[in-house]
Design a binder for this molecule. Sequence first.
Ligand SMILES: [Zn+2]
Length: 432
Amino acid sequence: MDRIERLSESIRFRTVVRKWEEFLKFHEFLERSFPLIHSKLKVHRINQYALLYEWNVGAEESLLFLAHMDVVPAEEEGWIHPPFSGEISDGYVWGRGALDDKSSLMALMEAVEGLLERNFTPKHNLLLAFGFDEETKGYMGAKKLAEHLENRRIRIKAILDEGSAIVESVFPGVDKPLALIGIAEKGFASFDLVAKGPGGHSSTPYRNAPIERMAKSITCISKYRSKPTLIGAVEDFLKTLGHFTAFPLNVVLKHPRFFLPLIDLFFSKLPTASAMLRTTMCVTMLNAGVADNVIPEQVTATVNCRIIPGETAKEVFERIRKIVEDLDVEVVRSEKWEVSDPVEESNTKTDFYQKLVETIEEVFPNAAVSTFLTIGGTDSRHYKRLCRDIYRFSPIKMTKNDLETVHGRNERISTQAYERMCDFYTNLMQKL
Ligand SMILES: [Zn+2]
């Protein structure tokens, strides 16, 4: 069996959170597929389904590679090949997890197995940690793995997790492939807005009832834009963009601090770009009313916030309070919602980062490398107490269409891209 077939088989396991028996089968599959890893490395099962592989060469410090076994669910409808078929067809391996994140996991395993075959010994201890609930925030997998490493006082020098990829034709007017390394990660928090008032019969309505106040509050929050903040990771990214755009945009992008208001205006119609510059707030849930003829006594709405590094969940909470201050609406921190402060920027002067860049340049010679801000959440945030230098990067080229298949229909990876992924991790590990 070759590495493409093994990737294909890995996709056939429906490792969706709570289908625990599938995870156990997946473990067996890994054991079967990577005999050297399972005979030479120490394997720990953490919290039943998470896996930790330790390639301990007696070094003082360890480097940690992360991936996750779980995938988001998929309905069969609309797929060219069924989502859990792992079909190899037209130069692609098809199915849920082909991009997010079984390809990373399998390519990491292929790299280690291949190096063991060649009797290679790294200078650092190499650890692989695979969570099983990344898609539902990682509290059972990554969090427990991090606690395990912390309890054992294992010193982690750097971490590589999934993250931004090498994107092609994603930014308007930029043809150059951009290898984006996430060196910081936004935080998140949700808050509830609660409006209360006397109920009553809808035949005798009154002004400023809870629903009306809530509607005004939602309008205020939706219109509100936090002031733009330029963190180093984004500044570097904009400058890189500046090198590959035409006049006059290139001048603006090359001087992002000076032109920040203009850039912000230009980005205001591009939600992803705008989200790199600020904390965002989005009303995602609403609850009111029990009957068509009753004025509700209470209305609640939930605001989900994505917090830019440099700010805290507490500050954002205060900001929301200020926004709705005159509307007689209470802002509540609810136990229901997990809060995660942003992960601050990692150092780009580290040895690991330099080697990461070198490897990208070797394996993807025409890509320009830049730092980036990871807007979504990754498992790596659970490790932030263990290690300050966390890098989020997936060694794969992706177009806008490819990006849309992640968590969507027809997720697939080209066999060529997957082979390159395996080469990437192999090359990188050889340097460590
Ligand atoms: Zn993922």
